[in-house]
Ligand binder design. Structure first.
Ligand code: NAD
Ligand code: ZN
Length: 279
């Protein structure tokens, strides 16, 4: 089939590649319609690696996807041909300790699309477990369906932060992950978000999404704005979504005394961090 193949760092080809896939009894075959380009796809292209995951052989990119079911396995009862779906890109070992504990995303054996050596889904079709395939409501577009995976990152961060009604949260970084985290935090009960970035157009967009106060940290002091908005008390939660070392190193500064949590949404960085990300 024709797919977008990362041959190695800096070399991408749209070309034929053999990807034989057998449909098991609990699987569905999905015709891919829309795929989001994640920062990790770009990072594999520009750096050839993320941490210990190194592109050693040609790999199809893409893991944020939506499509239409074209075939179902003999045991699949909850999905049918023609269903519009989105997919969880990480398939864990169902027998692992992490899966049994209900934290399958932390299974060390998880097979995640477009993470070497697992091929991604910038290609015409994919076979996937029905249990990790989710029907889209009719009013959700394919593009929105492809965004469900990054939205889930924000939802997960908001859930981990144990938000209480009225909490004030800082979201550092107004990229896609910062935006979905801010929306999830508001949906989860935060009364307002203080959002930082160094790029004004992103902050201007963020300010249109709800009760979000933008702070351009290249020009303004975050602590100053937080103190002003919270009568000097500090914010309840910080979501670190910039991946920037300087921002990550100062997550504790604007927090209120006894702040319950500081949740970070970053996954990879080039240098060691001094605290553990919450995913
Ligand atoms: N946990 C997960 O599953 C997961 C998934 C996707 C991405 N991520 C991570 O989340 C982070 C954000 O991803 P993204 O796709 O939104 O990236 P992005 O690069 O689009 O956005 C990051 C934003 O941070 C801003 N920024 C840079 N320096 C800053 C500073 N000092 N203070 C505040 N903001 C600053 C940038 O201008 C940019 O707008 C990355 O580190 C990425 O690796 C995690
Ligand atoms: Zn992604």
């Amino acid at each position: 089939m024709e797919a977008l193949v990362l041959e190695k760092k800096d070399v991408l080809n749209l070309r034929n590649i053999e990807l034989p896939e057998i449909l098991g009894p609990h699987d569905v075959r999905i015709a891919i319609r829309t795929v989001g380009i994640c920062g990790s796809d770009v990072h594999y292209y520009t750096h050839g690696a993320i941490g210990q995951f190194i592109v050693r052989e040609p790999m199809v990119l893409g893991h944020e996807a939506a499509g239409v079911i074209v075939e179902t396995g003999s045991e699949v009862a909850n999905l049918k041909v023609g269903d519009r779906v989105c997919m969880e890109p990480g398939i864990p070992d169902p027998n692992s300790r992490a899966t049994q504990l209900g934290i399958y995303n932390l299974d060390p054996a998880v097979r995640f699309w477009a993470t070497p050596p697992i091929h991604g889904v910038l290609r015409p079709t994919v076979v996937h477990p029905a249990a990790f395939t989710f029907k889209l409501p009719d009013n959700v577009s394919m593009a929105e369906g492809a965004m469900v995976e990054p939205v889930a990152v924000g939802m997960h961060a908001a859930t981990k932060a144990k938000i209480k009604p009225g909490d004030v949260a800082i979201v550092s970084g107004a990229g896609p992950i910062g935006m979905v985290t801010a929306l999830a935090a508001l949906a989860g009960g935060c009364s307002q978000i203080i959002m930082t970035d160094v790029q004004q157009p992103k902050l201007d967009l963020a300010a249109t999404l709800g009760p979000i106060t933008p702070v351009n940290v290249a020009k303004e002091s975050l602590k100053g704005v937080v103190d002003q908005l919270t009568d000097g008390w500090g914010a309840d939660i910080v979501f670190e979504c910039s991946g920037n070392e300087k921002a990550a190193a100062s997550v504790f500064e604007p927090l209120c005394p006894a702040a319950p949590s500081s949740t970070s949404a970053f996954r990879y960085t080039q240098s060691p961090m001094k605290y553990r990300p919450a995913w």
